[in-house]
Design a protein. Structure first.
Length: 318
């Protein structure tokens, strides 16, 4: 009887311990931890990321195909554009996995891989855009020095450095628990944002001076650089300005508001760049390959009446 009672007590203790362990594991694996009743910001971010799946993945694959097709006459920035498109396409597969893990799997291993993907997006986008800005800055402002750096080896080395920084940041974000780790991203986004704005401002100023008095024509290479600068400025304003404007003021928010609302909303604008960046690139092309012409005509059919009226107005001035 004593042995049976002892066995029974041991069984009850093991069951209670297992129950406590399961409760602990459940709490530990809860991806909404701390925001269980304030999930709107996180869901807003995930909803915007749906565009990365529907539009972003095909657009980034199309960008990679265009770069491969133009490999015989590559631009010096193509290696950065290709890496950026690849990383954005990789990040595009995150939303479906996130929804499944939030509501079905509740797996810590899957959540770790999702955090790693978020780390890749946080770092690779700003750094590769900064590399493109640096490339265009040297080409326009210091053309002689830029001519000495045309070999692909220099850009390959810079690409490897960006990948190392990206994977180091992503690994640290996956591990978690590092004190003030959020401020690392805040410092990174502020530094890259300032760098890109300064580069673009210098490029626009140099291109404006290069025209000369009374000249409206611009050198084809400089005109191409001008278009790239304008597209990057569009990306900076739409995607990077919100987190830059919100994250430095972390101390002015309560921890729950910053973690559950401010951070997800700021990251939402940053994450949607995986769709905006390839679309902006494709919009600069005179003709988008791999797409039937009738698709483009149907898409632009609403503009045809205006285009047909414009010559009449010019030929018959009032």
């Amino acid at each position: 009887m004593a042995s049976n009672l002892s066995l029974s007590n041991s069984t009850i203790w093991i069951m209670n311990a297992s129950s406590d362990l399961n409760t602990t594991i459940t709490k530990r694996f809860n991806v909404f931890e701390g925001c269980e009743h304030q999930v709107e910001g996180i869901l807003f971010d995930l909803t915007l990321q749906v565009f990365n799946v529907v539009i972003g993945i095909p657009a980034n694959i199309l960008v990679i195909c265009v770069l491969i097709q133009n490999r015989k006459e590559p631009s010096t920035s193509d290696i950065f554009l290709g890496c950026l498109a690849f990383m954005d396409a990789y990040f595009g597969i995150v939303p479906p996995i996130s929804f499944l893990n939030f509501y079905l799997w509740h797996s810590k291993g899957v959540w770790s891989s999702i955090k790693f993907a978020y780390g890749v997006k946080d770092t690779s986008g700003p750094l590769f855009l900064s590399c493109i800005c640096l490339d265009r800055f040297l080409a326009v402002v210091f053309p002689v020095f830029f001519g000495q750096l045309k070999p692909v080896m220099y850009r390959a080395i810079l690409t490897v450095i960006v990948f190392l920084l990206t994977f180091a940041y992503s690994a640290a974000k996956t591990v978690g628990g590092l004190p003030n780790f959020e401020k690392v991203f805040t410092g990174e986004i502020l530094a890259t944002f300032t760098w890109m704005v300064l580069c673009n401002a210098c490029i626009l100023r140099a291109l404006r001076k290069s025209r000369g008095a009374g000249k409206d024509d611009m050198h084809p290479m400089k005109k191409r650089a001008f278009k790239i600068v304008l597209s990057i400025l569009c990306i900076i304003i739409c995607n990077y300005l919100p987190p830059v404007a919100l994250f430095p003021f972390e101390d002015y928010y309560t921890p729950d508001v910053f973690r559950c609302y401010v951070q997800p909303v700021g990251f939402a604008f940053l994450n949607i760049s995986s769709t905006i960046q390839p679309l902006v690139y494709l919009s600069r092309l005179e003709k988008v390959p791999f797409l039937p012409d009738n698709w483009v005509k149907r898409f632009c059919s609403c503009c045809e009446p205006r285009n047909s009226e414009t010559p009449k107005t010019q030929n018959n001035p009032a």
